[in-house]
Write a protein that binds this ligand. Structure first.
Ligand code: GTQ
Ligand code: FE2
Length: 394
């Protein structure tokens, strides 16, 4: 899009003296001509695409590259708020199409984070929401608003808006996880705010951990029996899920129970992690899913105007995004930007493949603009999206 904007500027030779002089005065006054000087027919401006579009590209970050680099980061930087220390020791995954932004998609930021044995990442809070996917480490934990959630590979932990949180590692091996935050979205909206003053919550500069006020892992005893929720507690904000963590064993057994179903033509056996109190998405800006691709399973292509970050948890597969084939296996992370045709396949005929994913669908739904197209086996395209206000996608 930037390229097109530049092309709209007049090429000097083609313009009359008056036009050149006019263009110069417009530019000098912090304006842009809203037309193409050299166009012989109607062309919409570059900020008026006729299809959903954006600069993010399909991309995969392979664990074979990311893994060694994140483990090595412990040798090059400490953890804390002192000199030579990182407040969070993270490698930020940058979508090549979105450089120089710290962004994987137009709405989401992602990083891989390391906590070495005995370390604590100081407590902080922010208006952005985070979802974390554990890759390695048997002794990792995250504390959120007085409750500690113990974590192992394949587990998920959520971080609601403006909740104090610190991460630590009581194990003997490195704790490594992948974070997704809605930083680019909230930054564009001017609503991203951070609070690094952990002494407010810990009471002591020497203590980076918040005090624990509830039993460890309590939200999982209260809220992880699907459809059975306690009546003696309730969260104060219905758009924030009270269930912070999910165990991989629970996710796997849920998917396994459904494995003989037909599933989704585009995603196989796919489940969404919903707020157990309200049934809505896990966070105001994020929908989170897990999906099982059975041995040899290949899905049909679809495209939609929300963007998705995928995290491969088990098995190996490939995802074709328009003309790009992204091959993935355990701990690989990949992106399918908005409005790109994509289909998945499990590359093994013997073993399951499992993906987690995070998308910005709840935002698109809230503004009433969800749109989707699906292809059938013959390649015919059907519109399946809608808007609540005007059903125009017939
Ligand atoms: O682990 O709390 O890279 O809040 C950026 C924001 C990590 C975290 C980041 C965060 C975190
Ligand atoms: Fe954070």
């Amino acid at each position: 899009m930037m390229d097109n904007v530049i092309k709209m500027a007049p090429s000097e030779s083609e313009l009359s003296k008056h036009q050149q002089n006019y263009a110069q005065r417009v530019h000098d006054s912090d304006m842009i001509e809203g037309w193409w000087w050299d166009s012989t027919e109607f062309r919409p401006r570059p900020d008026q695409p006729v299809e959903p579009s954006g600069p993010a590209v399909p991309h995969v970050w392979n664990w074979s590259t990311v893994g060694p680099l994140i483990h090595e980061s412990g040798e090059v930087v400490g953890l804390g708020q002192g000199p030579g220390e990182a407040e969070r020791r993270v490698l930020v995954l940058r979508n090549p199409g979105l450089s120089p932004q710290y962004a994987m998609t137009n709405t989401f930021f992602g990083d891989v984070q390391l906590i070495e044995p005995g370390e604590v990442a100081p407590s902080h809070r922010h208006t952005t929401t985070a979802a974390r996917f554990v890759f390695e480490g048997m002794g990792g934990w995250t504390s959120v608003e007085g409750e500690r959630v113990d974590l192992q590979p394949g587990d998920i932990v959520m971080n609601p808006q403006w909740a104090w949180h610190d991460h630590g590692n009581d194990g003997d091996d490195n704790f490594v996880f992948f974070d997704v935050l809605d930083i680019p979205l909230l930054t564009h909206l001017g609503t991203a705010v951070w609070d690094f003053d952990y002494v407010q919550v810990t009471g002591d500069k020497a203590n980076k951990k918040q005090p624990l006020t509830r039993p460890n892992n309590q939200c999982m005893s209260l809220f992880d029996s699907s459809g059975i929720v306690p009546r003696f507690v309730s969260s104060s904000r219905t758009d924030q899920s009270p269930l912070l963590g999910y165990r991989y064993t629970t996710v796997r057994s849920t998917l396994d129970k459904m494995r003989d179903e037909k599933g989704s033509p585009n995603d196989g056996i796919i489940v969404e992690f919903n707020n157990p109190e309200s049934g809505i998405s896990i966070a105001p800006t994020m929908s989170m899913c897990a999906q099982l691709l059975r041995p040899g399973e290949k899905t049909l292509s679809h495209r939609h105007n929300w963007s998705t970050i995928y995290i491969a948890i088990d098995g190996r597969g490939s995802t074709v995004v328009d003309d790009t084939t992204l091959e993935w296996e355990k701990n690989d992370i990949f992106v399918v930007p908005s409005w790109r045709w994509h289909k998945h396949s499990n590359r093994s005929n013997e073993t399951d493949a499992v993906l987690y994913s995070v998308s910005d669908l709840p935002i698109i739904e809230k503004i009433g603009l969800r749109r989707e197209q699906q292809q059938n086996e013959s390649g015919d395209i059907k519109d399946t999206g809608w808007t609540p206000n005007c059903p125009v996608w017939e």
